[in-house]
Write a protein of this length. Sequence first.
Length: 303
Amino acid sequence: MSSDSILFIGDNEQNFLVRAMIKSLRDAGYAVQFCMPDVYQISRFERQKILPDIFVIYFEGYESSSDRAYSYIKQLMVEKGHKRNLFLIGNPVEINAAYRMIPQSFVTHVFERPVNTDDMILQIKKLSIEYKYDEKENLLAAEESMIDASKKTILIVDDDIVQLHAMQRWFSKKFNTFVVNSGMDTISFLKHRAVDLILLDYKMPALSGLDILQVLRSEPSTASIPVIFLTGADDKKTVMDIIEAKPDGYILKSTAPAILVQNVEDFFTKQIENAARQREEEEIRKNTPIPHPEEFLEELPII
C-alpha cells in the first residue's frame, strides 16, 4: 500500500475528535480507513490486500477486550516484506497499558490528548521522506572528490528539471552546487551531506516548500541550515505566506541569473559580517568589567 494510506483504529468513529482528526488527515491528502480494534476487521483489510502501512490507534480508555487486536497489530509491525509504522493517541495511562501488548520499540510516535493535528500530520509526512540511494550513492561519492573546501556549499531544490539544471550551471561557478528535484530527496540528501544554504522551490507537488521547511526546522540536525525560498509568484498572498513561514529570505525565479547568484553571495557576505559583529560584541562584553556597587553609588546624584 501507499504511504498516503492510513488505517485509523478506534472504538467510536462518531467521536467528535476522531472525526476531526480523520477529516484533517484526509484534507492533507491521506486515504483514511477506520476500523474497530477487532482482529477480524483488521485481517479483512489484509486478506483483501488493502492494508495500509500506517496505523493510528486512538484510545478512549484502555479495554482489555481489545488485547487480541493489539497483539495482532504487533505481529503486523514485524511482518517480513513490509515497513509499517504505528502511531498511538491517548493519555499516559492508556499508552502505558498498550505497551503491555505492543512493545514501545514498535511505536513510531505517541501523541497525548489533546492532539495537535498539525504536529501529527507533520510526523506522518516524515514517513514519506524515504529515499533509495542505490546508484545515487556512487554518484555522491564521485561528487565528493569535486568539493572545493574554499567555497560555500548550496543545495538547490526544484521539481522543474530544466530550471534546476539551469540554476546548477549558474551557481557552480561560485559555489559547490548540488541539486535534487523533490522534497523527499532533500531530506535524504541532507542525511549524507552538510550544506551551507538551501534554495528551496516554494511550490512543489507532494511535499511543498513549506512542508519541507517545517520538517527541516523540526529536526535538530537540519534546524540551523539557512533556507531561501525560490518562487515564481509575487502576489501579496504568496509573499505573506512566505514571510509567515520565516525562511531566511526569498528570491523570485524571474530574477536575472547574474543577480540571482549575486543575491546568494550577498547573503553569505551578510552572514559573515553578522557573525563577526556578534563575536566583537561578545568580546566587548567579556572584557567590560562589572562595576562594583560602590561605583554605582558614586554616580547617583545627591538629593
